[in-house]
Design a protein around this ligand. Sequence first.
Ligand code: PMP
Length: 464
Amino acid sequence: MTSLEQLKSMDRASVLHPFTQAKDYASGAADCFVVESGSGVRIKGADGTELIDAFGGLYCVNVGYGRLEIADAIAEQARKLAYYHSYAGHTTEALARLSARLIEMAPAGMSKVFYGLSGSDANETNAKLVWYYNNLRGQPRKKKIISRERGYHGCSVISGSMTGLSFYHQHMDLPLPIVRHAGVPHHYWGAQAGETEQQFSKRRADELEALILQEGPETVGAFIAEPVLGTGGLIPPPEGYWKQIQAVLNRYDVLLIADEVVCGFGRIGTPFGSDRYGMRPDLITAAKGLTSAYVPMSASIIGERIWNVVRDGAEQVGAFSHGYTYSGHPLGAAAANVCLDILERENLADNAERVGSHLREQFVRELASNEFVGEIRGVGMLAAIEFVADRATKRRFDPALKVGARLSAAARKRGLITRAMPHGDILGFAPPLVLTRADADQIVAITCEAVKEVTQQLKREKAA
Ligand code: PMP
């Protein structure tokens, strides 16, 4: 049998891992952790280490690890029919049932579902649908896509361009010139002195309008955004934001793509994030929670406005020429159907709201007075703690101090996985939606110990 050390050296010798220092990993200087099993909100390493996963993988394992019910459904589908394509009108029972269900569950006005395998490819599809729609309706110049700074939409060529985090662009020849980025709706950092959330939202909407006018409304096809900004820092929208943004988009005939890859399927307490904020999207990007990552699957949910043009345009242009070998994969559909059953049966959206609120309340109770805690925020089962060097002036820490990474390492050492969000010193939490209050309390207790350790280090370093 291969020993754990042999496995690690095989991996170091042969895998290029995402977001890993390639040279350090290959040489053995950076950690390798072999994950072996998972149950509920916990994962276990091959070395026996048990960890609470307060980030649900990459905020995707919404129903928790180790659901045999999903494993059985996948196995049953695989035994019967592991694969057939969905080109030229082929389907399976699992896919037809899933699609009817998604349309019923989605916000009003959604009409069809196109399937992919990842959030990135679903956003690629959505961008192409915007272009296709505008070509078919005789608006061939209406192609630019506006996203937001610090928005995250994936890392493929179009989705990576829409992502508003510069390290996804550097050395990769991105972003494409067709994309523009609007301002981050983060009141804590962006508001002017005395500006209320409503006023700040109005300013962001006015800026979006100015950007559309500057580019020329006849060249702007769509605005893409996450209902709650995710990877860029877990930032719920300020009050009134979506209402004001929606009004601007309507005024200039700009489509709205709601990237619900994180917010969809109960994560923020409602079926979709759009429901919570009254957004009226033309396209929805879904992935992660759709199958809770038991099988890779994504969906572009298409609104009537676009569907009507696609349907009628078919006479002019023939078949819809876009699709993947694995679009509508039967194993993904089988997993998704059971996932949605679990979501409903266990009221996981309600649990996300209740236990998520408890988690944030406990963070506030325990950590709000810490001299380095700038803001504690979140919604549903999302929470973030943002650290600053000086609360009064909101001075940031020197990035070289790597405060976020130190905090998440201090938590990890104590058996808790959190995520140091890639912008600023932000500790992010997005546990599976099945989290209990007792689990939440454990997360808070370990986080407090980690924060205490790093706070003491920082004070010592300041004094030195
Ligand atoms: N959109 C959002 C909002 C995401 O958070 C992510 C992934 N974190 C993606 C798109 C891309 O999904 P994937 O990694 O599956 O390509």
